[in-house]
Design a protein around this ligand. Structure first.
Ligand code: 3AM
Length: 195
């Protein structure tokens, strides 16, 4: 059988952002609720593309394509600010922290998507909406909890959780375990250095 790895491409966050997101998760989690799956704050990242199960033998061409694409971009700043829900506050499935970013981030994401198509990885259908997933709510989450979570997060609507210079993109392996996913950085690909 062919060996596959579950992969995704993301931007890693700096320690300040991790710390601030961990703090608000503690606040929001005060009334413990088992229906909400909180993301381990150390695991929070900005996903650019989910690849899913990928044959191990394709990883070197994938990394090479990614390397060349990413190196075409200069570093840029992002600001992590505010909270919100997908698809909307009345039907929350994902609780997120927002990412304010220049057009470069959108170009980086769409260039990666386009470049990977040349090596047979299908393009993303949904428009790119940069966010950091804080928690996931399921269909089974009671309506009362569903409507409460966005309200609990509302005080953070304009909070700045930090900012950082994006200087690299990371190819991650995701290993699903009963205790939650384990993310392992496989390769870090630098943007073009100005120095
Ligand atoms: O951190 P976020 O939520 O942006 O939601 C998953 C996570 O992104 C997403 O890939 C990232 C790392 O797990 N993901 C997981 N399964 C997915 C799927 N089948 C998926 N995205 C699209 N399709």
């Amino acid at each position: 059988m062919q060996e596959t790895l579950r992969l995704f491409i993301a931007i890693e966050l700096n320690p300040e952002i991790h710390l601030n997101l961990a703090r608000i998760a503690v606040e929001l989690k005060k009334e413990r609720n088992d229906e909400i799956r909180w993301v381990n704050p150390d695991n929070i990242h900005l996903t650019l593309k989910f690849l899913g199960d990928t044959p191990q033998r394709n990883i070197s061409s994938l990394s090479e394509t990614l390397k060349q694409t990413v190196f075409g971009f200069l570093p840029f700043e992002i600001v992590v600010k505010g909270t919100g829900c997908f698809p909307d506050a009345r039907h929350p499935r994902v609780l997120w922290a927002g990412v304010n970013a220049p057009v470069t981030l959108f170009e980086l994401q769409s260039n990666i998507d386009r470049a990977l198509l040349t090596i047979g990885i299908p393009k993303e259908n949904r428009p790119f909406s940069p966010h950091l997933t804080l928690a996931r709510l399921s269909d089974r989450t009671p309506e009362a909890v569903n409507s409460k979570e966005p309200q609990k997060a509302a005080p953070f609507q304009n909070t700045v959780f930090g900012q950082m210079l994006v200087e690299r993109v990371t190819l991650f392996q995701s290993t699903l375990t009963p205790r939650g996913p384990i993310y392992t950085a496989l390769v870090r690909l630098p943007l073009k250095s100005t120095g």
